[in-house]
Design a binder for this molecule. Structure first.
Ligand code: KG4
Ligand code: ZN
Length: 339
């Protein structure tokens, strides 16, 4: 058994969707371990996440993933100061596995338990070492489940400035990819294909910000559908790279335009990006260029902190008071969190 550390640590668990995640993070924000057991392949054959399958798999994996996180960090249960867990939003059955596991781990040891908002985790992932962002900053979170812009005055909370009114950006990538006959999840494949195509080949609607900072992506997917039909199977197949590049460009422009508007209106000089779409090469290029022009520092954490992970849940827990034993025994998971 490893010797006890001088400084106690946070053990965090995240099971809101289809990844079983556990991490150990120090109170100063050093990531000592960040383990993810992906269920991607399990759901790929259905073309999307099947909630009941996800919860059952979390149950099978969570003990092993948590043990792996502790071992990788070189700590034992005696080193844990508090347990943090995603309370929501997410798939209720999946969340319940994490919440129940966290209670069962914290209660016998009389440890505190921090209930974390998954989105808060994405927003503050960039506060972790080795290059922590300092508040105030603007946060863009774009994943398969969410797309929003938030102002962070202090990492203990965030103010949503704008959000998607329909599909998330990652969902738009996935649906576009499916229309182009690519695999699931389609974002990375579409990104790859787009590099070989012309982003100006097709004029997909590039929505500019209206009065607010909200996003809408569902119309874009429909225009790709119509374009593919109009071209016919053979032509659409031949021009797949151009279709991918033009479709991606429309999403990237929509995201970049709102970031630019928010930086201006909020007068912020730091931007962090998170969520799986932060991996998109077109988005990274476009935001790097924008930030260069505006003199804004861009924080793009390593991808394992951008996609769903438990280190970001620990990051949020650093700025949230844990519930003491036995108060958290009645804690419930929540598919939707009411702010
Ligand atoms: O954050 P994430 O791993 O999971 C949640 O949805 O919470 O994000 C996954 C999403 C998927 O929709 C995936 O297609 C998209 O992120 N994604 C990408 C890229 N890599 C992942 N979208 C565009 N370009 C990429 N390179
Ligand atoms: Zn997420």
């Amino acid at each position: 058994m490893p010797a006890l550390r001088a400084e106690r640590v946070i053990l965090a668990i995240e099971t809101s969707c289809d990844d079983t995640c556990a991490a150990v993070v120090s109170p100063r924000g050093e990531v000592l371990s960040n383990r993810v057991a992906s269920q991607g392949l399990l759901h790929a054959r259905y073309g999307g996440v099947v909630p009941e399958v996800a919860s059952r798999r979390h149950l099978e994996l969570i003990d092993a993933v948590a043990a792996d996180a502790l071992e990788t960090a070189g700590v034992s249960f005696g080193d844990i100061e508090s347990v943090a867990v995603t309370q929501g939003p997410g798939l209720i059955g999946a969340l319940l596995v994490g919440v129940s596991w966290a209670k069962a781990t914290a209660a016998p040891r009389r440890l505190g338990l921090t209930a974390v908002d998954h989105l808060h985790g994405h927003v503050v992932a960039s506060t972790l070492e080795p290059d922590p962002i300092e508040a105030p900053y603007l946060s863009l979170v774009a994943s398969g489940g969410h797309t929003f812009l938030a102002r962070v005055e202090h990492p203990s909370s965030y103010e949503v400035l704008g959000q998607t009114l329909d599909d998330a950006a990652g969902e738009a990538f996935d649906k576009g990819a499916r229309l182009l006959g690519l695999g699931y999840p389609g974002g990375p494949e579409l990104d790859k294909l787009a590099r070989e195509g012309d982003p100006e080949a097709f004029g997909f609607p590039r929505s500019a910000p209206g009065d607010g900072l909200d996003f809408s992506f569902s119309g874009l997917k429909t225009s790709l559908l119509y374009k593919v039909r109009e071209l016919g199977e053979r032509e659409a197949e031949a021009r797949r790279a151009d279709l991918a590049a033009s479709y991606q460009a429309a999403i990237v422009v929509a995201l970049t335009a709102r970031v630019a508007q928010a930086i201006g209106s909020e007068r912020l000089s730091r931007l962090s990006i998170g969520g799986g779409v932060a991996a998109n090469s077109g988005l990274r290029e476009s935001l790097t260029e924008l930030c260069g022009e505006l003199g804004v520092r861009l924080y793009a954490p390593p991808m394992d902190l951008c996609t769903d992970n438990a280190a970001m849940i620990a990051a949020a827990a650093r700025f949230t008071d844990p519930l003491p034993y036995p108060e958290y025994l009645s804690l419930d998971a929540a598919a939707r969190l009411v702010a």
